[in-house]
Design a protein around this ligand. Structure first.
Ligand code: FPP
Ligand code: MG
Ligand code: MG
Length: 328
């Protein structure tokens, strides 16, 4: 996520801190067992947007960003995120992540699951250095990640599918993104009020971030997203574009009828999946989903008005645009 509107002094400071985060991440995932280190470094080395560390560092700007614990907060949230990705790629039967073969493909499911646990253990150890409040915050966040993932797996049942979907997004993605800004702010000694505002912001921009991710699953080519196209469709995860399609589909329209037939069937077949992706890309449901994304991002931006007018606030505003304009 490039942030064009960002203050140059802040940008330089963030770049330094992010470099420090990278060094710590690499150190924090080493084990005396080579396979554990190799498998744990696999995703660290593949890169990534470091969206959560960035939010932690921006949150810290509302206090003293040089305080001990700020960089650690940024590391903790990325380690937790990385841990969840190892598990997620097993559950989603993913093949590609961050432009590299996903860990489940490279190391197998068992090692991926265990390395996810290893990373979570390392995140927990780091969090302990930040004190009991941070441990509790991280534990509650972790719980929401897990519950969100279980609810996604279970599906909406008899409930409203859109409500279910948004609740899943808030838990599986909004929770950790909200915690990122909060933890960074608290470690920097910012006020509770600022921390609460950043939490509300994170919940909203986190949902927007996942809405964008779900749109990219349909819209983006693999080279841009670093993931396989249509993974959600193949796994039968009804994301916003599909939910909108279900709501507005016209059974008398041949393209709609064909897409409904494909979505109701098995998309494990590459040709059927490609056809479904092409039909969905051309469907107005995509525009509806994009309009929802813009709305969530704007709601997040509105929350920022409660923060003091410092360069970090402008950077968070720029982040709202970057989430909407995400291409990968
Ligand atoms: C990515 O979603 C997955 C998440 C945001 C959270 C996953 C949470 C867990 C697996 C439970 C937590 C487990 C541990 C050990 C922390 P996605 O599949 O929609 O996104 P993708 O396109 O990036 O795969
Ligand atoms: Mg996934
Ligand atoms: Mg998933």
């Amino acid at each position: 996520l490039g942030l064009p509107a960002i203050d140059p002094a802040l940008e330089a400071e963030l770049a330094d801190s992010l470099e420090e985060v990278e060094r710590r991440l690499r150190d924090d995932v080493t084990s005396e067992f080579g396979l554990v280190t190799d498998a744990a470094r696999h995703l660290v080395d593949a890169g990534g947007k470091r969206f959560r560390p960035m939010l932690a560092l921006l949150g810290a700007q509302f206090g003293d960003p040089a305080r001990h614990g700020v960089v650690e907060a940024a590391v903790v949230v990325e380690l937790t995120h990385l841990a969840s990705l190892y598990h997620d790629d097993v559950m989603d039967d993913a093949t590609l992540r961050r432009g590299a073969p996903s860990a489940n493909v490279r190391f197998g499911n068992s090692v991926s699951i265990l390395v996810g646990d290893f990373l979570f253990a390392r995140a927990a150890a780091r969090t302990a250095e930040l004190g009991a409040d941070a441990v509790l915050l991280q534990a509650r966040t972790f719980e929401r990640l897990v519950v969100g993932q279980v609810r996604e797996t279970a599906g909406p049942g008899a409930g409203d599918p859109l409500e279910h979907y948004l609740a899943v997004l808030a838990d599986k993605t909004g929770s950790l993104i909200a915690t990122s800004g909060r933890l960074g702010a608290l470690q920097a000694g910012a006020s509770e009020q600022v921390a609460d505002t950043l939490t509300r912001f994170g919940e909203l921009i986190g949902v927007a971030f996942q809405l964008a991710d779900d749109l990219l699953d349909v819209e983006a080519e693999s080279q841009a997203s670093g993931k396989a196209v249509g993974t959600d469709l193949r796994e039968g995860v009804a994301t916003l574009p599909v939910l909108w399609f279900r709501r507005v589909a016209d059974p008398a329209d041949p393209a709609d009828a064909r897409l409904a037939e494909l979505l109701d069937g098995d998309l494990g077949d590459d040709a059927r999946l490609a056809e479904a992706v092409a039909l969905l890309r051309a469907h107005p449901a995509i525009e509806q989903a994009r309009a929802d994304l813009v709305r969530w991002s704007e709601d997040a931006r509105a929350v920022l008005a409660d923060l003091p007018d410092v360069p970090a606030r402008a950077a968070l505003e720029a982040l709202c645009d970057a989430v909407v304009q995400r291409t990968g």
